[in-house]
Each structure stands twice: as C-alpha cells, then as structure tokens.
Design a protein around this ligand. Structure first.
Ligand code: ASP
Ligand code: MG
Length: 465
C-alpha cells in the first residue's frame, strides 16, 4: 500500500488534477492499494484566510467576491473533469459553498474570528478539492470515495491552527478505511485537517497535508508514503536562488526535519515523525517526471562524501535581544522568557545565550516579532535583572544541514570564512548538540549572496557518492 499526497499546484486546475489522478490510477491498476491525500487547489488556502479576516473586519463585499471566484473555479474544474451539472459531485460542492457562506456571514455579523472558526473556514480548501480528485479518479475507471480527515479517523487535540493527532487516530484510521479497501474503493482523504473529540474541525499547520499522509501511512503500516511535487525531489538549496542546486537522492528523517525547520519548503516539519517508529520510507517525487528518482527518506541516508548536504534560509525574521549585567545566574529570567513564548504560542527559530548569561537572543518570525517584544517589555518593565530589550527586523536565518557534520572538523570554519569573504557580518550563531545543523542570523538583504557562497564553498553543485 502507498499513501500519495498531492500539493496545491498538482491540484491547481482540471489538467493538473487529471494528471495527478493518472499517477494514482497507474498504481491502482497495477494492483497496489493507494490512499490519496490532496491539498487545496493552489492559492485557495491563502484566499480563505483573507476571506476570514476580511469578514472579521467588516469587509463583506470583498469576502463575497472572493468566495464567488473560488466557487467558479471549483465548479468549472469539476465540469471540465467530466462531472455533469446535476451530478452528486457538483451538488456536494454547491452545498459546501453555502455552508462556507453561512460561516463567513456569522463571522461578519459577530466581527469575531477565533482560531476555531479560522480552522473551519480554511478547511474548505481541502474539503472542496477532494471531491475533484474523486471525479478525476472515477473518470479514469477507479472507484473512489472522499472523506474528511476526521471521517478517516484523524482525531486531534484542541490546538486549533496547529493541531496534533491523538494516539486513538492510529486505531481509528484502519477501522474507517479497511472497509473501503475490501470493496475495492480508493479512499481520497482531505489533507491538512482533523477533528476534535467533539467533532470540531482542526488544521495541522500550514503545509499539513504532508502530515496527514504520513499519519495515514503509519496507521495503515503502508509500504511507502509518496509526496508528489511539481518540481524535482529535495534539493541542496532553493533552485530559484542557486541555479546549480542538485537533487538529493537520499536523506535521513532527521535531515529532512532540520531542512524543513530551517525554511526549505519541502515538507511539514513534523511529517516524518509518524514514520519513524516502523521505518516507513518517504519518497518526494516529481509529477512532471515520474521516473525521476526524487528523494528517498529513511532512518539512515546513504552517506555522501559531502558532509554538508543543504543550505537553507528562513526569511522575514527578527531578533530580540534581552540583556542586563544583572542577569548573571538568573535562571528565572530564562524561565520567564520561555513561559512568554509558550503563552503566545511563538516558536523561536533560534535561541542563543552568552555563557556569561549577560544576554539571551531569540530569533522569531516577523509576524510574531512585535507581540513577543511587547510581552517581554511588559514582563520585564520593572525588572532589576533585565536592563535592555533590543529588536532588529529584516533578519534571516541561514542554516547548513547534514548527518555527516557530526564529529567532522573544519565545517564551521569553512562556513564562516565563506560568509566573511562576502563581507557579511553575522548577528547570531547556534549549533545544536546533535551537530546536524549550524545556523546563523544575518541581515536579510545578504541572504541570497550568503546562500550562494556557502553552496559553492561546500561544493554542493557536485554531490559525491
Ligand atoms: N492547503 C494547506 C496549506 O496551504 C495544506 C497543504 O497544502 O499542505 O498550507
Ligand atoms: Mg497549499
């Protein structure tokens, strides 16, 4: 059995969906059971987020126009895939659009948008795209049935916007899907969403369809999970920045997690976690070129001579530096800082503390920057220990990642001379003790230059087996 996830671009138009469906049906017709996990049509998640916030702000006309254009896009696509105007698929889509309109109207009337209602609105992206995949599969002669993540058994906690699956998920999924397989039906499960024990819809965080696929893969003990992309597999760097970036044929779970965490838009950062227990391989495959090997992710990557395998960057970040000579020995200052981050649900991209404990620096994403700063300023307004809180915007965090860095000498020296040779100054440095990555913060304007220089310094244009 294989779980196949399709990203937004591969669900973006009737042609794209038709092609994605053909990648499924060729496996099904060869006798492999497949679970299909589609993302929303490209751009729809972002547009639903805009609809939600404009309803909250009273801009209902904008929201209505935007809903109308998404509706036209979905109905036209369904028709182009062969669904008749009186088909159950079109009726299903129309029903969903009236439910979306009602929800958005409720938000408009209350001028209130909770995380819970935002998740409900954004879930329409995948709930609308899954029926399109079903239509496409059926037109290619494969019987299919679409379900929401919750219907397929994904039970999550209440962390709306960033929900996590609960253990019962792994028992429910086989209970809900095995019956379909027995009838020869291919399940199509909406990516990105689950539900709470009360039946409220939750989302697994941006890019969460990957996570849906691996949760299902683990629950069904699948042979492999495939994430289909519109580009080659996982690369040594962003090919839009580095023109000679190479495809990485093998990566370990730990490496791809580090890369995802440090800004490579390859996979949801937690997506491999469900696969680790039973060592289920993940393949990142190219829909444009299905015979291309892509990237195979397993517990242990096949080693390359290159110790560093990738250079990534997190753009749009800021640094908050908390300082004061009185902080020496002040463990409770550290505790308070982490508490604030936890209460605000802000994940720090990077943290460093000078060993004199005279200051602690954090890098957080730009959208979290101001509110984190304000919360820290309130907390430490009358503090004897914290004297200064400084804030820098337009920062990026550049990271190098690779299993082979563990214990290798000279990696940091080579990295920082490459950056120094470009005349770029470094604001902050951190290396995890796992030695899987070294990351550092610089002014965002130098990101492209730094990434290119590091890619060249580590000869990532030539991977050596
Ligand atoms: N549609 C969701 C997003 O854009 C989930 C996904 O595509 O994986 O974040
Ligand atoms: Mg998407």
């Amino acid at each position: 059995m294989i779980v196949m996830k399709f990203g937004g671009t591969l669900m973006g138009s009737a042609d794209a969906i038709q092609h994605s469906a053909s990648l499924v049906t060729s496996s099904v017709k060869a006798g492999t059971q497949v679970v299909v996990v589609p993302s929303a049509m490209s751009g729809v998640t972002d547009s639903l987020l805009k609809i939600a916030s404009s309803a909250e702000n009273g801009e209902i006309a904008f929201a209505a126009d935007e809903i109308a254009s998404i509706k036209t896009r979905h109905i036209t696509t369904a028709r182009a895939l062969g669904a008749a105007s009186d088909s159950s698929a079109v009726a299903k889509l129309e029903g969903m659009f009236s439910s979306l309109e009602q929800t958005v109207n409720g938000i408009y009337l209350l001028r209130e948008l909770s995380k819970r209602s935002r998740d409900l609105i954004v879930s329409f992206g995948e709930r609308l795209s899954a029926p399109l995949m079903t239509v496409a599969l059926e037109s290619l002669g494969v019987t299919a049935h679409d379900l929401t993540g919750g219907q397929a058994g994904i039970l999550t906690n209440n962390a709306f916007g960033n929900a996590r699956p609960l253990p019962a998920t792994y028992e429910r999924i086989p209970q809900r899907l095995n019956g379909l397989f027995e009838q020869g039906i291919t399940p199509v499960v909406t990516g990105f969403i689950g539900e709470t024990d009360k039946g409220a819809i939750t989302t697994l965080g941006r890019g969460g369809s990957d996570y849906t696929a691996t949760i299902i893969g683990a629950a069904l003990n699948a042979d492999e999970v495939w994430t289909w992309k519109d580009v080659d597999g996982v690369m040594t760097s962003d090919p839009r920045i580095v023109s000679d970036a190479q495809n990485l044929e093998f990566l370990s779970y730990a490496e791809i997690m580090e890369m995802a965490y440090f800004g490579a838009k390859v996979l949801h950062p937690l997506a491999v976690t469900p696969l680790q227990k039973n060592n289920i391989p993940l393949r990142v495959k190219s829909a444009a070129d299905p015979s291309f090997p892509g990237t195979l992710v397993t517990a242990n990557a096949t080693p390359l001579k290159n110790v560093v395998k990738a250079v990534t960057a997190v753009r749009n970040a800021c640094i908050i530096d908390i300082g004061g000579a009185g902080m020496v020995g002040a463990a409770d200052v550290t505790a308070q800082i982490f508490n604030i981050l936890a209460n605000l649900e802000v994940g720090a991209v990077m943290i460093s503390q000078s060993s004199s404990m005279a200051n602690i620096s954090l890098v957080v994403q730009q959208n979290d920057g101001k509110r984190t700063l304000e919360a820290l300023q309130r907390q430490f307004a009358d503090s004897e220990q914290v004297r200064t809180i400084e804030f820098w915007e337009k920062i990026s965090v550049v990271a190098i990642v690779g299993d082979g860095m563990r214990g290798a000498r000279g990696v940091a020296a080579k990295l920082f001379s490459a950056v120094a040779n470009e005349g770029i100054s470094i604001d902050m440095i951190s290396q995890g003790s796992s030695e899987l990555n070294i990351s550092f913060a610089i002014d965002d304007e130098f990101t492209v230059q730094a990434v290119k220089a590091i890619h060249a310094a580590f000869h990532l244009d030539k991977l050596e087996p």
